[in-house]
Design a protein around this ligand. Structure first.
Ligand code: ADP
Ligand code: GLC
Length: 490
């Protein structure tokens, strides 16, 4: 039987290449493309942030009215552009007062006070847009707390048009739940019945993600291991019981990689391309990084890289705690990241202390992220928790062996080196302690120094692994169809 292609509304707060602060944007740029390639009719909706250049977008006629309860009706402009290398349209909701700001969510690390209104507005605008475009979705896919009001909106304020449409909510990171003053219930216009401890209420405030989990037809997370972990107090950020209660509709689907973007054989951002059969270019990339960060130029010194937000999640406290000790070994470390001020300061000071062996770039640079992936021997990702993690998967393709903590998606993607069988694609440790990280780095480096054959075999194995979006997109399709079939039963 030929299955009907689906109409999918996909809503996210950030989408590559238009706006990005983290992996959510990579996923929102790649998954819709993969779903489009499966033949589905998918549209993506995101804000038209200040940084998204209007001149490169097509303006749609007319304005979109968005009802915002006590705030009244607000009128948004609509722009559109396709996702690169695809026919998937992205629609941008343009409303200067909410989205015409320098940053996406914060001002100097302080979340904007009206983030509740901004993203309820985005969610409602996405539904209004479907009506304007005569796009009748078979399923609505929301992402993280920003768009977690969608499942409830379809069941209440927008029941008339979307009451039969199932919703899927993907939790990319449970730490960020969207906690706000309860008055936002009025802005959702969904009735105060839904403000109770089994749905949106949490200690007399609104918890967006909690409400989204309660009302979505299916909840997904970005790795199987994380789907298990978030049902425990260690990783549940207070929602573990709530998630346990909804575990019957919880699925873990590992993210993929966009190999058009992260692939050393065609990467235009790196010093020289390379692939598994010709690794010459990787040596050039390593040298380029040693030069860029002012390190000793020596191909035999193991070079370890880090790319990521400077947030506790990423294990930056573990790294900072052992950095001086590590620097006594014959290794080099380079870091790219921004975020927590103490970390920006700490690593900048460390670069001054350990010039020639340690370098840091504080800020955001996509090109440098690619260059670090390409030029390093090892990639460091000692996260305290990691829903999926993308950089360790990118690293594999660049032959840069990940050193990771065995948690979430890191555990699902990295196979520990097995000395007896010369097997594995990286180095893992369990406990989030300084000692465990220190000795795992020590172990990885000693294999590099003393067993080149094993190191090269691992590199080769890592580079040949495939984490494409094709499989993940099929798993999402299964979840969509499951929710549609379930709705029909009831
Ligand atoms: P998270 O979403 O938790 O930040 P992921 O590993 O899923 O973690 O994705 C992070 C993404 O953001 C990767 O594509 C990574 O390369 C990118 N990234 C993070 N920090 C920076 C930075 N300072 N400069 C450039 N890219 C960055
Ligand atoms: C989150 C997670 C990260 C994941 C990304 C994309 O920000 O922290 O682990 O890879 O979302 O799903």
């Amino acid at each position: 039987m030929i299955k009907k292609k689906l109409n999918i509304l996909f809503v996210a707060s950030e989408v590559v290449p238009f706006a990005k602060t983290g992996g959510l944007a990579d996923v929102s740029g790649a998954l819709p493309k993969a779903l489009g390639e499966l033949g589905h009719n998918i549209i993506v909706v995101m804000p038209r942030y200040y940084q998204v250049d209007k001149a490169k977008l097509t303006h749609l006629e007319g304005a979109l009215g968005v009802p915002m309860g006590p705030i009244g009706e607000l009128w948004a402009g609509i722009y559109t552009a396709p996702l690169p290398n695809s026919n998937v349209p992205v629609y941008f909701i343009d409303y200067e007062e909410f989205f015409g700001r320098k940053e996406l969510y914060n001002d100097d690390n302080e979340p904007f006070k009206d983030n509740d209104n901004r993203f309820i507005f985005l969610s409602k605008a996405a539904l209004q847009l479907c009506k304007k475009l005569n796009f009748v979705p078979d399923v609505i896919h929301a992402n993280d707390w920003h768009t977690a009001s969608l499942p409830l909106l379809t069941q209440t304020r927008f029941w008339h048009d979307f009451g039969n449409v199932p919703t899927v909510l993907t939790v990319h990171n449970l730490q960020h739940q969207g906690n706000f003053y309860k008055g936002a219930m009025d802005v959702m216009e969904s009735g105060w019945d839904h403000f109770d401890p089994t749905s949106f209420e949490s200690l007399d405030s609104i918890n967006m993600l909690k409400g989204g989990i309660a009302y979505a037809d299916a909840v997904t997370t970005v790795s199987k291991r994380y789907a298990q972990e978030i049902q425990t107090p260690e990783f549940g950020f207070g929602l573990e019981r709530h998630i346990q209660a909804h575990s019957g509709k919880l699925f873990g689907i590992l993210n993929g990689v966009d190999y058009d973007e992260w692939n050393p054989s065609i990467d235009t951002k790196i010093a020289q391309t390379f692939d598994v059969d010709d690794m010459q270019g990787k040596a050039t990339c390593k040298r380029a990084m040693q030069e860029y960060f002012g390190l000793e130029i020596n191909e035999n010194i193991p070079l370890i890289g880090f790319v990521g937000r400077f947030a506790e999640q990423k294990g930056i406290g573990l790294i900072s705690g052992i950095l001086d000790g590590l620097m006594e070994q014959n290794i080099q470390i380079i870091m790219l990241g921004a975020g927590e001020k103490w970390a920006e300061r700490y690593f900048s000071d460390a670069a001054a202390r350990h010039g020639g062996k340690f370098g840091v770039y504080v800020g955001y640079s996509d090109a440098l992220a690619h260059q670090i992936e390409a030029g390093c021997d090892f990639f460091l990702m000692p996260s305290l928790f990691e829903p999926c993690g993308l950089n360790q998967i990118y690293s594999l393709r660049y032959g840069t062996l990940p050193i990771v903590r065995a948690t979430g998606g890191l555990d699902d993607t990295i196979e520990n080196f097995d000395e007896n069988h010369e097997h594995g694609n990286g180095f893992k440790f369990d406990l989030p302690t300084h000692e465990a990280l220190y000795w795992t780095i020590h172990w990885a480096v000693s294999i590099y120094n003393s067993d080149k054959k094993a190191f090269k075999a691992m590199q080769k194995h890592a580079m040949q692994m495939h984490f494409g979006w094709d499989d993940a997109a099929k798993s999402y399709e299964d979840v969509y169809r499951h929710t549609i079939a379930n709705r029909r039963k009831h």
